[in-house]
Design a protein. Structure first.
Length: 332
């Protein structure tokens, strides 16, 4: 038994095992507190709510690992969704064909990647702080979206889009499958490729990375371009989920994506983070929200619990670090 635990610990680390243990504890507590918690309906609800937040969190992951931040993820998703909605409406709205959706999807992905690329170029070539650059992009995209839509919604899309936001494949919600594929691609990209290695190096020490011969400007530009691309995927999924698009849709999720990254063990100063850990953290946050909702708590209380949970995790990591240092010094 101890040998199996040691192998798991070596493969995934204390961070992942700790998150899995906490997730198991949360599942047990809520299953005892509410008989509806373990129902198929509740798990389907979690599976449909998680993907949009998950995709946006993946978009936030690499910028934080690189020592930056992307505050424009919500409005990048919105403007990408608006792009798709505009093309669908231009070609007939509810009567638009599959080819119109294909064209709109390509355009939405291009808009999201373009917004991210613009941020990356400015950050890489001017040395401006990512918070300021992404804040400026957030304000620009919000203003542009409000101007184009006059603050209203765009709705009335073809019925064939409904399965993408509400359908199942082999009993698994399609949005969850989309998120699963995206998370797997992100894991491979950041753990098995040269770009992923460069992302962690830039987050650890960008100057040392530059002296090592890594093209840090190209890496930073690609980080934010891919972040914008992931935002576009989230924007397309939001359109299919809610059958409407508006500026500011999902605005409350911005800080939750940062919370999920930090809860998942991403170093706020850059240089370290695992996609797998962040995915577990997302599941924990969604399970907490669902469990509290079944107990009659408001969404505001769920948000407060998320914040307290993050504070507790930070304190636990601090105490664990101190204990390790003490044990190491005592061993010497």
């Amino acid at each position: 038994m101890s040998g199996a635990f040691s192998r798991l610990r070596a493969a995934y680390g204390d961070e992942v095992l700790g998150l899995l243990a906490f997730l198991f504890a949360v599942l047990v507590v809520f299953s005892l507190a509410s008989p509806q918690f373990l129902s198929v309906a509740n798990f389907n609800s979690i599976a449909f709510q998680l993907p949009v937040l998950g995709l946006l969190t993946l978009a936030m992951f690499a910028p934080i690992v690189s020592g930056g931040l992307n505050l424009a993820i919500i409005f990048t998703a919105n403007i990408s969704g608006l792009t798709l909605a505009a093309i669908l409406n231009y070609y007939g709205g509810a009567d638009a064909g599959i080819w119109a959706f294909a064209l709109g999807t390509v355009a939405a992905l291009a808009v999201g990647a373009g917004a991210g690329c613009a941020m990356g170029l400015v950050i890489a070539h001017t040395g401006a702080h990512p918070i300021l650059v992404s804040l400026a992009m957030m304000i620009f995209l919000r203003g542009l979206g409000e101007f184009l839509t006059r603050g209203g919604d765009i709705s009335g899309f073809p019925e064939y889009l409904q399965p993408l936001g509400h359908g199942f494949i082999a009993g698994v919600p399609i949005p969850l499958l989309i998120f699963g594929v995206a998370a797997f691609v992100w894991h491979i990209l950041h753990s098995r490729t040269r770009h992923g290695f460069s992302v962690y190096m830039v987050g650890s020490n960008i100057e040392a990375t530059r002296y090592c011969g890594v093209n840090t400007k190209r890496t930073l530009t690609l980080i934010y371009t891919l972040s914008g691309l992931m935002c576009a995927v989230a924007g397309i999924l939001m359109l299919t989920r809610f059958n409407s698009v508006r500026v500011g849709h999902g605005e409350a999720l911005l800080l939750v994506t940062v919370l999920a990254c930090f809860l998942g063990g991403v170093d706020p100063f850059g240089g370290f983070g695992r996609v797998f850990s962040v995915v577990i953290a997302l599941v924990i946050l969604q399970v907490l929200s669902s469990g509290l909702n079944l107990l009659g708590a408001s969404q505001h209380l769920s948000t407060a619990v998320w914040g307290l949970f993050l504070i507790g995790v930070m304190m636990l990591r601090f105490l664990t670090g101190k204990l390790r240092i003490f044990s190491h010094n005592k061993g010497e």
